[in-house]
Write a protein that binds this ligand. Structure first.
Ligand code: PNS
Length: 164
């Protein structure tokens, strides 16, 4: 059985992530979406919220699983017996960092990283940019599914009223 991990912060999941997940689900028998906990990064949604949102928008895939992990990605892969990672490459700007990650992950535990080129329609998307646009009242309805848009709107509204 061909299994792969699709890792990320997913804070929140976007159409860019979903494009990669959709294509990976067609290539592999099982795709595990791993929500990585980054202690140094301030997130808008908790890991549990992110997992619940991912679960809603990937419900149609019978071969997609969702999990979370707070250590090294390669340790997660080893623990699960999965030997490859799939990642989307948006642009040249992603390349240096992703190459470095893939090389170190291979050296650490022999885990392979497979890069999928992001569809041009999504190549400019990032969760951070979407949060920034939405926080200034910009329209991000074309970048995230409706369920995510609703949660994002609510969370940002809650944050605004908490600051008042
Ligand atoms: O969605 P993101 O924030 O771009 O995803 C980055 C992520 C979470 C995949 C990456 O930071 C990661 O793999 N973090 C886990 C810790 C780790 O294994 N770091 C790299 C080895 S030195």
């Amino acid at each position: 059985m061909k299994r792969v991990v699709c890792p990320g912060s997913f804070d929140p999941i976007t159409y860019g992530h979903l494009d990669i997940i959709d294509r990976a689900a067609k290539l592999f028998d099982e795709v595990t979406i791993a929500v990585l906990v980054n202690q140094t990064k301030q997130s808008l949604f908790t890991v549990e919220e992110r997992m619940a949102m991912i679960s809603e928008v990937t419900a149609q895939y019978s071969n997609v699983k969702i999990d979370s992990w707070s250590g090294l990605l390669v340790d997660y892969c080893k623990n699960q017996g999965i030997d490859s990672i799939v990642k989307g490459l948006r642009a040249v700007t992603d390349f240096d960092y992703e190459l470095q990650m893939s090389q170190i992950n291979y050296q650490l535990q022999g885990i392979e990283t497979l890069f999928m080129s992001t569809s041009p329609a999504h190549s400019f998307l990032s969760s951070s940019l979407i949060k920034e646009i939405a926080s200034h009242g910009g329209d991000v309805s074309g970048y995230v599914p409706a369920q995510i848009l609703e949660r994002l709107g609510k969370r940002l509204a809650d944050q605004r009223s908490a600051k008042k």
